[in-house]
Write a protein that binds this ligand. Structure first.
Ligand code: AMP
Ligand code: FE
Ligand code: FE
Ligand code: ZN
Length: 293
């Protein structure tokens, strides 16, 4: 641990604030993910599955055993300025009734969307069943990656990527759109559950609108922005830091690890070591979240 300034302890241990498990579209179970985090020497790990907190309890059990602090997280999809915008939520209270109800609804909607995608595929002559898909989703939120893995398992396609290219991609024949929250509703939901709302990977948004979206969300009460991310260039990070300072937003980061679904991304390290987030960042978030309690 390095010390700077007037005795302020800077905890430089590494953390990862963005990672997915099999409860959404990651390929590692919560236990396997936390085991990997421990092997990588991470002090803390936020589990940020899409629309689901189902991986949390298992991750905490593993975290307690292995000495990795588990942070509650969630990644919500919102629709804003005609874009698919991802919002990370940290430190939410899983028992807060409105959030719990929303997540239960997401689970139902995703399950029936999964069934509908299967129906479309069957109508297109693809031999796959709802059961094949459910097995890959476990108790988490059913998504297209689970359908893709079922298609690979049945040897209908060779890779997950091919499943998206042939059938599941946004403009492909078995695509079914997802119901999305609007930005105001999503931020209010996170704040209502006493959590922090952070714009995920703005660098993946269309270049023409990404900073406008950031400013719009900041006006709606956004708490922070993900600056460190596997797919952000150093130029992008510099720009985001500058805007975050202007808008008084916290800055966060994470690898956005998905296991074999994004094989070039390494937990805690990003792509070729391009992500480094420390306990310091987490401590700032935690302090801000504690003001909500
Ligand atoms: P869903 O939430 O069910 O619409 O699935 C979205 C997820 O599918 C994303 O988080 C990605 O992990 C994955 N995905 C979307 N497009 C592709 C693609 N072209 N190739 C591989 N994975 C994709
Ligand atoms: Fe994902
Ligand atoms: Fe995302
Ligand atoms: Zn993510």
């Amino acid at each position: 641990m390095a010390r700077i300034g007037v005795g302020a302890a800077m905890d430089e241990r590494r953390v990862d604030l963005h990672a997915h498990t099999t409860a959404s579209d990651g390929t590692l179970s919560p236990t396997a993910l936390v085991e990997l985090a421990a092997r990588k020497g991470l002090a803390a790990l936020a589990i940020t599955d899409h629309d689901s907190l189902a991986g949390l309890d298992e991750a905490r059990t593993a975290g307690a055993r292995l000495g990795v602090e588990i942070i509650i997280g969630l990644e919500l999809s919102i629709s804003h300025a005609a874009s698919d915008v991802h919002l990370l939520a940290y430190f939410v209270d899983p028992a807060e009734p409105q959030l719990a109800a929303r997540l239960a609804r997401f689970r139902e909607v995703r399950a029936s969307r999964g069934d509908a995608i299967v129906e479309k595929l069957r109508a297109l002559g693809v031999d796959i069943s709802a059961e094949d898909v459910r097995r890959h989703a476990g108790k988490g939120a059913v998504g297209r990656p689970h359908v893709a893995r079922a298609l690979v398992e049945k040897r209908i396609v060779a890779t997950v990527q091919e499943a998206f290219e042939k059938w599941l991609g946004d403009d492909r024949p078995a695509f079914i759109p997802k119901e999305k929250l609007d930005a105001r509703e999503a931020i209010a939901l996170v704040h209502g559950a006493r959590g922090l709302a952070v714009l995920a990977h703005p660098g993946l948004l269309p270049e023409e609108t990404r900073y406008k979206i950031l400013r719009d969300l900041a006006a709606l009460g956004l708490d922070g922005v993900e600056v460190e991310h596997s797919r952000h260039s150093s130029e992008e990070r510099r720009r985001l830091k500058q805007i975050a300072a202007e808008l008084d937003l916290l800055t966060t980061g994470g690898s956005d690890f998905h296991g074999e679904n994004k094989p070039d991304v390494d937990l805690g390290y990003g792509v070729g070591g391009n992500v480094r987030v420390t306990v310091q960042t987490l401590d700032v978030l935690r302090a801000r979240a504690s003001l909500r309690r």
